[in-house]
Write a protein that binds this ligand. Sequence first.
Ligand SMILES: C[S@@+](CC[C@H](N)C(=O)[O-])C[C@H]1O[C@@H](n2cnc3c(N)ncnc32)[C@H](O)[C@@H]1O
Length: 282
Amino acid sequence: MRPLDDAEFDRWVRLLEARTGVIVPPERKPFLETGLRRRMRETGHTRFDIYYDELVSGARGAMEWASLVDHLTVHETHFFRHLPSIELIRDEWLPQWLETAAPDASLQALSLGCSTGEEAYSLALVLDAELSRATPPHRFGVTATDVSQAALTLARHAEYPMRRLSEIPAAYRNGVHAQPDGETFRIDERLRKRVGFACVNLLHASRAPLRKLDIIYCQNVLIYFARERRGQMLDALAGLLQPGGLLVLGPGEVSGWSRPDMRRTGSRQTLAYISDTKETRA
Ligand SMILES: C[S@@+](CC[C@H](N)C(=O)[O-])C[C@H]1O[C@@H](n2cnc3c(N)ncnc32)[C@H](O)[C@@H]1O
């Protein structure tokens, strides 16, 4: 197969950005080309232009896109990837939520761009520990979304290599179980049931049938988006929050975004905003 030339590279970059928001700068051309080649080998294609034309036409093209997108996106993730953000939720925001929550309130969290599930399960481990010992105890649910079906399949299965166990603080490890082969561990079934995964494109998140959310956790996703688009995405996410709800981003992921109804919170180690509390929570 001949190399991807610059004009073709531009065409693929435009397609990926239009469909996912993700931009691939010229220095990451090898990443895009490797991903394309890997998928084209699987489908038996040998020419980038023919593959492109098939991809942008008809229902078969749409199905193929669902497979290709997994090869063109970065899925690196960890449990408790950014501890200060988790601590902000646990130690600062959650105690306030508990003070004002109705006795039967169920906390709803969203993990956007959840990759293979580690972020969503980290939230579930913490929320379960904190909310089950609150008086009264509260229920919770985590909805986790990604554009990659392959990542979501792994996320739903919730089984990870044993070497990853050290990413989970010891205090939360009772929410996971070593598998009989001793090589992997799995998230406890009770917690798995609290986490629902769905294939949602962040570009269309405001149209997804989501109930109003208490926490939106979106780290290491917008960083791949064009700067102009990041602000639009955040405006859409702000509209999904309950009054008093918390939006948690990765530190440094956006700069210069502000809205009158969103107040910056947390320390300099975190990037988070609380939605205006004018309404009373149900
Ligand atoms: C680097 S991972 C971040 C995973 C996790 N949030 C974390 O911080 O560890 C980025 C994820 O964003 C997903 N993604 C990229 N563009 C997306 C889009 N438009 N809609 C939804 N997910 C997207 C990718 O598939 C990938 O799984």
